[in-house]
Design a protein around this ligand. Structure first.
Ligand code: FAD
Ligand code: NAI
Length: 465
């Protein structure tokens, strides 16, 4: 079978690349080793985790805030089987949607493991059956897998990754989370909200450490209210599955007394690693760099007709980053000159309050030695936040000291995930903090905190504080 483009991997990088290639008139095939399309994001990542975050938030509100709103109900109970089933239904609707999009765009789907025979030939193996595809161009979009601890493999029962944490049959009594990054905080908060004791052990001194430091501190305060416990600056030294319980040992990295935690589940969320097993990269002479496929600024590998995108290459491991790269590669193949502004790819943590960021963090600006100013505004001063009782959170704006150009927007609070899009637009058009502060923001909305933080950054003149 002959194609202009073969895409290996059907996650957000791969399926979006395939659609854009098809839109641009290319004959396209996509190869996926699993029976459902959509990759990590749709099957075991973004979508199922958000489904559980939403369910657990409803439960939390029913148990803790309905009364205050004047809604009297009997104490709600968790039906974890139904929660997981609904999550499965949400996943199915989404992955079926991708199958429909492939059909609509006349993209051939080949189920099986794709591997290179040579730079223009891909072998697809499924249950011993082989199909050979030839392609003028190939896009590798094989994604990533959870990283295990070097001394404690995932046993998938008690020592689990995010994949198993999305499928639990019971509410853990005590879930120990290793790694206070995005997965640890999102899935940790799911189980904390529905009644588990959750303890997070993080190696660095802050939660979600790649984000602006203020966000980590505020998120810690907010999630402590859910009963989550934190051991920051701790190095895990042992994790043992003892049958009924898991034992985690850790010691403060700067010295001090070791701790021993006992739980019934240990979620290991210490990052993900690019996935290239079985791809046969050696057949085309591509060597990995720290596990990643090296690419140039155009996402081209060292082999002229082979591109790579998404989690398997450098940069943030985010679905929307993978999608942008898929579009960029397709458009380049069609002779266009697309561009990605990597600094303006937003990052979101879907806890409640949500955390969302775009641009530079304060730590990065300090490191660059750039002269900057800051403006902040707390949610608790917003009428909208009082009405909804979502008082935790703040907006922090970083702007150039001289030009007032916005350099970073960091939000923790209700609806931050949706609000950050406005920040991306402002920064893409190189708005100053004063520009944003002079635009009308509907009242009462959470977005007023962005306007007020911009006023604070411009000349320390917020109106409502
Ligand atoms: P993937 O989605 O990993 O897809 C790669 C696909 O390639 C897989 O289906 C795999 O089976 C297939 N494949 C691999 N090798 C072969 C082969 N040889 N032959 C055939 N097929 C192959 N990101 C966000 O932006 N927002 C979120 O809210 C978010 N939440 C997440 C929650 C969790 C729990 C996890 C684990 C991740 C989350 N992510 C989120 C990250 C996001 O899922 C990834 O960044 C994204 O899926 C990367 O897309 P990709 O196309 O590069 O790879
Ligand atoms: P992460 O990189 O976000 O967090 C890992 C955390 O583990 C870091 O804080 C790190 O300091 C810590 N850590 C590393 N080794 C450790 C050790 N030995 N002991 C204790 N702590 C240790 O990775 P995570 O949470 O596993 O997620 C993987 C990727 O998936 C993320 O990088 C993110 O890009 C993506 N993702 C995105 C989401 C979103 O956009 N909302 C949601 C979930 C995942």
């Amino acid at each position: 079978m002959q194609y202009n483009v073969v895409v290996i991997g059907s996650g957000p990088g791969g399926y979006v690349a395939a659609i854009r290639c098809a839109q641009l008139g290319m004959k396209v095939a996509i190869v996926e080793k699993y029976n459902t399309l959509g990759g990590t994001c749709l099957n075991v990542g973004c979508i199922p985790s958000k489904a559980l975050l939403d369910s657990s938030e409803h439960f939390h509100n029913a148990a803790h805030t309905f009364k205050e709103h004047g809604i009297d109900i009997n104490a709600p109970k968790v039906n974890i089987g139904q929660m997981i089933k609904r999550k499965g239904d949400v996943v199915k609707a989404n992955v079926d949607g991708i199958a429909y999009l492939m059909k609509k765009n006349k993209i051939d789907v080949h189920t099986g493991v794709g591997s290179f025979v040579d730079k223009n030939t891909i072998k697809v193996t499924n249950d011993g059956k082989e199909t050979t595809l030839t392609a003028e161009k190939v896009i590798i979009a094989t994604g990533s897998k959870p990283t295990p601890l070097p001394f404690a493999a995932f046993d998938k029962k008690k020592i689990i990754s995010s994949t198993e944490a999305l499928e639990l049959k019971e509410v853990p009594k005590h879930m120990i989370v290793i790694g206070g990054g995005v997965i640890g905080m999102e899935l940790g908060s799911v189980y904390a909200r529905i009644g588990a004791k959750v303890t997070v052990v993080e190696f660095l001194d802050s939660l979600i450490p790649t984000m602006d430091g203020t966000m980590g501190k505020e998120l810690q305060k907010a999630t402590k209210k859910l009963g989550m416990d934190f051991y920051l600056g701790h190095k895990v030294t042992a994790v043992e599955n003892k049958g009924k319980e898991v034992i985690v040992k850790a010691e403060p990295k700067n010295g001090g007394a070791a701790i021993e935690l006992k739980g019934d589940y240990c979620l290991v969320s210490i990052g993900r690693r690019p996935y290239t097993d079985g791809l046969g990269l050696e057949k085309v002479g591509i060597e990995l760099d720290k596990g990643k496929i090296p690419v140039d600024d155009h996402l081209k590998t060292k082999v002229d007709n082979i591109y790579a995108i998404g989690d398997v290459v450098r940069g943030a491991m985010l679905a929307h980053k993978a999608e942008e790269e898929g579009v960029m590669v397709a458009e380049q193949m069609a002779g266009q000159k697309p561009h990605i502004n990597y600094n303006l790819i937003p990052g979101v943590v879907y806890t409640w309050p949500e955390v969302a960021s775009v641009g530079y963090t304060e730590e990065q600006l300090k490191e660059q030695g750039r002269a900057y100013k800051t403006g902040s505004f707390p949610y608790k001063a917003l009428g909208r936040a009082r009405a909804s009782m979502d008082l935790d959170g703040l907006v922090k704006i970083l702007a150039d000291k001289t030009t007032d150009e916005i350099l970073g927007i960091h939000i923790i609070g209700a609806r931050a995930a949706d609000m950050i899009a406005a920040g991306v637009v402002a920064m893409e058009y190189r708005a100053s903090a004063e520009d944003v502060s002079r635009m009308s923001h509907a009242h009462p909305t959470y977005m007023e905190a962005v306007k007020e933080a911009c006023l604070a950054a411009t000349a320390n003149r917020p109106l409502h504080m």
